[in-house]
Design a protein around this ligand. Structure first.
Ligand code: AKB
Length: 320
């Protein structure tokens, strides 16, 4: 029986919802404590311990640490790219102070493992955009990317100076049917499936040729758990690992939907998020993650589209 106690900070978000379910499946419901700044509801609240906690409130954070004595923390609370551009000062505070609170707690309390997500947003307009390597010019020009790059540097520093076992992935856009994304530039690739099923048409906030790296949620969960379960000596990068699944444009995802829903149409109305997308890589070289801890994606675009639509149809009780 597992002796791990896992604290998830930001369990109500797109990744937090699904990671909580997976971790409870592996470690047991009572061993995974879901926390969020908002009261959690639904299956996450019914299946195991839940607490309301703002990671910026250090007193409350210490209270939760004293109560549950976690051996691992997943810190998922953050403002994503589009929301962060609208509220840059708060984005810096939440994304950085939240991380400091967790890294400091790891030292003070000897917490065995920390997971902190980074993003392809750490790259910028001077980065090579095709098969972006693990190590290259970064120069992010969004506030979200700046916080993620600063966070990566801090993670590596805390590992080198204090021995904190912190692990991280630079997520591309994440696509899943169980939970909604919140405030990202890649969110269109989730919304498009919902709109395709309910409206048969979608107005996209990125232009048709905007190619971005993406990852289907089952692959993202597998990557995260695989990284966290790998022996510490295999984790040779303590900033964050490049991880890739697939790359596509809005035009290509629309074509993949049309294979399942022939009448589906798409139109384009690029907004402020276009500039963010244009500063990011088109595709990612994840050879180092593959070599160090055996990462390999399972889904391509058409495989994901088939699975997304089948699951959304079932959830929305729509006949094919
Ligand atoms: C966003 O679009 O902000 C996120 C990300 C790529 O980190 N999905």
């Amino acid at each position: 029986m597992s002796t791990e106690r896992i604290l998830i900070i930001g369990s109500g978000g797109q990744l937090g919802t699904e990671l909580c379910e997976s971790l409870r499946g592996i470690y047991g419901n009572d061993r995974v404590i879901a926390t969020d700044v908002k009261t959690l509801s639904g299956s996450i609240a019914e299946s195991g311990p839940c607490e309301v906690m703002d990671i910026l409130d250090k007193v409350r954070f210490i209270e939760i640490l004293d109560k549950y004595k976690p051996t691992q923390i997943y810190l998922l609370a953050a403002l994503l790219s589009a929301t962060a551009e609208k509220n840059p000062k708060f984005a810096w505070t939440l994304n950085m102070d939240g991380l400091f609170h967790v890294l400091d707690a790891a030292i003070e309390r000897g917490i065995a493992k920390i997971y902190w997500p980074s993003s392809i947003a750490v790259f910028g307009p001077n980065t090579p955009r095709v098969h972006t390597p693990q190590h290259c010019i970064m120069d992010p020009n969004t506030i979200y990317g700046i916080t993620k790059l600063a966070g990566e540097r801090y993670c590596e520093y805390y590992f080198e100076k204090h021995g904190v076992d912190v692990r991280s992935i630079r997520y591309p856009g994440l696509i899943g049917y169980k939970s909604a994304p919140g405030g990202g530039t890649t969110d269109y690739a989730v919304d498009i499936y919902h709109q395709a099923l309910t409206q048969g048409t979608y107005s996209c906030f990125l232009s048709e040729e905007t190619e971005l790296p993406m990852l289907y949620m089952p692959d993202a969960l597998r990557a995260t758990l695989q990284l966290m379960e790998a022996p510490a000596e295999q984790i040779k990068i303590r900033s964050s690992y490049n991880v890739a699944g697939m790359s596509f444009t809005p035009d290509e995802i629309a074509a993949s939907i049309r294979k399942e829903i022939p009448g589906f149409t798409i139109s384009y109305a690029p907004d402020y998020r276009q500039k963010i997308a244009d500063s990011w890589p088109k595709s990612i070289d994840d050879g180092i993650a593959r070599a160090h801890w055996g990462w390999k994606p399972e889904y391509d675009l058409q495989g994901m589209t088939g699975d997304m639509l089948a699951n959304l149809r079932e959830m929305k009780s729509i006949k094919s």
